[in-house]
Design a protein. Sequence first.
Lengths: 551, 246
Amino acid sequence: MSKSYFDETHCAIGHPKTKVMQWLLTIDHKRIGIMYAAVMFTFFFIAIATAMAMRIELFAPGAQIMDGDTFNQAFTLHGVIMVFLFIIPGIPAVFGNIVMPLMIGAKDVSFPRLNWFTFWLYILGCLIALSSLWTGNGFADTGWTFYAPYSLNTDTNVITTLVAAFVLGMASILTGLNFLVTIHRLRAPGMDFFKMPLFVWGIYATAWIQLLATPVVGITLILAILEKYFGIGIFDPAKGGDPVLFEHLFWIYSHPAVYLMILPAFGIMSEIIPVFSRREIFGYRTIALSSASIAGIGYLVWGHHLFTSGMSDIAKTIFSFLTFFVAIPTGIKFYDWIATMYKGKVILKTPMLWALGTIVTFAIGGLTGVTIAMVGADIHLQDTYYSVAHFHYAILGGVVFLFFAGLHYWFPVVTGRMYNETTAKVAFWLNFVGINLLWFPMFIAGYYGMPRRYFDYLPEFEIYHQISGIGAIVILAGLVLMFWNFLSSWNKGELSGTNPWEGTTLEWHLPTSPPPLENHTKVPYVDFNPYEYHHGEPVVKFDYETMKRID
Amino acid sequence: MSDHAYVPEIATTRDGVEHEVQGWQGDFYGGKLGFWLFMLTEVLMFGAMFMVLTYYFTLHHADYIEASAGLNRVLGGFNTVVLLISALTMGLGLLKMRSGDIKGAKLMIWATIFFAFLFLGVKAIEWSLEYQHGVFLGLDALQSGNAHSKPFGQILFFGMYFTMTGLHGFHIIIGIGLMLWLLKRINAGLVTPEHHILHWNIALYWDLVHLIWVFVFPYFYMIGADAGGYHIPDIGSLFGGHSNEH
């Protein structure tokens, strides 16, 4: 039995003997990715627990289990964890680390020790965020956006949370930087940019956003900290400052951050669709370039968060139109995916189910985004459950669903084993039914005027909240079942072999599964496109000893 | 792990043509690219602050000019020269390293560290003088609604002044730390004329730090130079003399 990356590793400092230290000090991109996943999904379930508490509170009008102040802290905690600790590091930190170097035939990322440092910077950020739960006057109650001037006036522990967000932002920048250099420098010989798998394109576009947008929010958070400590005045109306400036600076980052979440998810979709249709992807270049153009246009749309803040009509109109433009490259991707399946040999394994489910849920999330990008509609729907439903459909039904698709798809690469297919399919259907039960009623409630972030409501909204509550239970059951399936299959699942899906990209051409420490036996020369199928069979075949083509 | 003993792998095409594989080990251009990208994030951070500064400048034009007139152009100008000289010594050090003169390179790094401390010292004197004049974060002049309150535009100007020069000073301190670390690595034989990416990148960092200052200086100190608020630096008052009322 040959050794895998679970048996041996390179370390940042020295040559530790114990297993634990070998994991804590590892610079192996695959191990770091696994550690990110472990921490992130732990936080994911903490945030879900907070959300469940809010759903119980909202099951009937009036106070049930918490008061209004606690509710404010609950949705802030839910948002901060989900956004900063889970979904922003998200797919890049896990699959960008584990799979991207495998896909380009590299031994590791460009700066493996920086990668190790970045992981611990992320952990530091998590600890600072958690510490604010028990220190000072309790967790922040501002919402995850920390809007001035309230965040500057509240006496809850906002500063600690701001510091945490800054540290996590640093980690995000360094991850993006590492991936950019890796993709530019370490591609296998012969692999030009248009021979890269589309997931790598997604990571590449994302890395630019991480690098170019995060510093702006970083300095905004620092300015807010200085404002709170020293009163520098720039967000404080009492000194001539402008609180809306904070909102602008915040969204200059945080709107591109939405695309930072979705682009690698689209990358996963672009991997799964051709493999499970056994057909070359339709419109490779348009998918690759639409990732880049979403990243570019994404910078210019932040103003649509501020339509009700007294912005000039000209600015509103421009921001509104620019926002519509994002839908164009996104639509191109959707048509490309559907065209790939047309006349393909569609195989409905779990990763493909998740991908197809996402086409439905993300279409709802994306198109409702277009409606609230319209100024007139937005004035009515701003800060209602409509926008809550919109971004949960887009982020949970888009990013997280595709994240789950990726977890199923690459589970054999990471663990060498296969999950239980039947259980996985049941879990998918629970999630798919759950998300629609949970959030679709919110569109209607929001349309009729149910405001977001309220812990109480008028009796006529009760029915929507109760359907949502039932949906929440269904989706929770689905999530627990799915993760139970992963954990039990990791120990007891069937051995998967190196290429269970008949994939074509390089992460399916490893000598063993799970892969050895430094990945491919030898670096291959890449003179083929990423998704070459002929009559439903992969074209490119390798001898895994020499990594020479034998087809 | 020895980076220097790394031998690149060879990938062979089907026709037998050999291509050298770029590994992450000893990737000089990768190291440079990574650090340039990092510098880009610094530019964006300071860029956002300049944007805030400019936004309020359009709202409070006259206040800005008056506040700027109160800054000490002699000390600020002196510091600008100090930083430019330090950039020169840093660059010379890198040249010497690349030409194999390790001793000269170390001397130049020490000189840069000296100028960095000189800069910080002058900056400390400047801030102390401003504190004595009642202009500092947290003092009455920069709070709203009291007898000493300055107008909005001046509060905002000084708020950004202390923020940006403070963050710039923080970068100088980080730079001193980096240079001391570099000296340690040179002494340990880990930075050599053949393998000097660390020196290269720290020199790049230092260039960025003075480049930012080259923008900070005119924006804060020079826009009010014509407004007549010029006064002779009153260093004596820092050591117990009379403060210079103006």
